[in-house]
Design a protein around this ligand. Structure first.
Ligand code: SAM
Ligand code: SF4
Length: 340
């Protein structure tokens, strides 16, 4: 049975018809990026949103504040595009950490520029950082991202660790015939470095719309490849409502996560909501509809009115991402514009 929209609107927090409440806000701070990962963006880039439609720093902070103060948001993750390209990032994090109640604040980044920014971000209260890295080989990095920047990412990772943002989580996507033979190598490196590695299945979110399920390296394949080199034991306690299936590696060497976003969707436990850099709420990575909060915000709407619009948007959240439905359509916005 699903609750009526009126009942959901009266309930404190961001509730949907399927009994889920969104407490984890992902905020895209820009749709720009300095890499061109093949599974995300074409080499020539994507048309960028006009500067005038992008939220200002104050607007971002106001929407985050409404989420935290009025709607039960407890975790805020800044992402993009590449969030380190946003000039006001450190101040946005500082202001977010000054909210009451204080949310947990995390960042998802490709790591370029983190060598400079890890310390200032940690100083204003950033709690955690996820760095995306699919290979530790320079040639493969260049093939995947179309940029020769592996050393910058590695420097960023070192700086994050030194700034105390530990354990740094490293997110990797395996691509068939490109880096799927490097899963064990990447894990071995991450364990040595003290980073927590998580593999995530490639999702149909590339701007080119070239994703093919048959080409995707599945979570089961990743597990099989890692099992050839390591002893993996399920770490059930660590999972909670998190999407990663976690495994202890070789006893106490560390852990690894495998996120089966496509083959074993975790939509039933989803507690996420997304805000795009131009101020639209998306209730799912794969949502086909968005709710514009920027226009009412710029027209002088009160916090209460904006919170009401946001709540209503979440009541419409669908049960699942539907990648397997025959009618599935990729969202119009690519990953870089949604915020991963
Ligand atoms: N630029 C930052 C970065 O790369 O971490 C933040 C934005 S990026 C869109 C966020 C995450 O989404 C990255 O970890 C990236 O690997 C992942 N991602 C992008 N496209 C994806 C896809 N098609 N399938 C799965 N993950 C994807
Ligand atoms: Fe940029 Fe992140 Fe997309 Fe790679 S995954 S192109 S780093 S936004």
């Amino acid at each position: 049975m699903t609750a009526s929209t009126d009942a959901l609107m009266r309930r404190p927090g961001l509730w949907d018809r399927f009994g889920r409440s969104a407490v984890d806000l992902r905020v895209s701070l820009t749709d720009r990026c300095n890499l061109r990962c093949t599974y995300c963006m074409p080499v020539e880039g994507v048309p960028l949103m006009p500067a005038a439609t992008a939220l200002t720093d104050d607007e971002v902070v106001r929407l985050v504040r409404i989420g935290v103060e009025r709607l039960g948001i407890r975790k805020v993750r800044f992402t993009g595009g590449e969030p380190l390209l946003r000039r006001g990032l450190v101040d946005i994090v500082r202001q977010t950490k000054s909210l009451d109640p204080v949310p947990e604040v995390a960042l998802t980044t490709n790591g370029i520029g983190l060598d400079r920014l890890a310390q200032p971000l940690a100083a204003v209260g950033l709690d955690r950082v996820n760095v995306s890295l699919d290979t530790i080989r320079r040639g493969t990095f260049l093939a995947i991202t179309h940029r020769d920047r592996l050393q910058d990412v590695l420097a960023g990772l070192d700086a994050a660790r030194q700034a105390g943002l530990r354990p740094v989580k490293v997110n990797a996507v395996l691509l068939r015939g490109v880096n799927d033979d490097q899963a064990a190598e990447l894990l071995n490196w991450a364990l040595d470095e003290g980073h927590e590695l998580r593999f995530i299945e490639q999702m149909p979110l590339d701007a080119q719309q070239a994703w093919q399920r048959s080409e995707m390296v599945t979570a089961d394949e990743t597990y099989a490849r890692l099992s050839e080199r390591f002893r993996l034991a399920p770490d059930d306690e660590a999972r909670g409502s998190a999407p990663a299936e976690r495994f202890r590696v070789d006893g106490d060497r560390g852990s690894v996560g495998i996120i089966a976003a496509v083959t074993r969707p975790f939509c039933g436990d989803c507690d996420r909501v997304r805000l795009t850099a131009d101020g639209h709420v998306r209730d799912c990575l794969f949502a086909r509809d968005e709710t514009d909060l920027r226009t009412p915000l710029r027209q002088g709407a009160t916090d209460e009115a904006i919170a009401g619009k946001w709540k209503r948007a979440i009541t419409l959240k669908r049960a699942g991402h539907g990648i397997d439905d025959p009618t599935f359509l990729q969202p119009d916005r690519p990953m870089s514009a949604i915020g991963g």
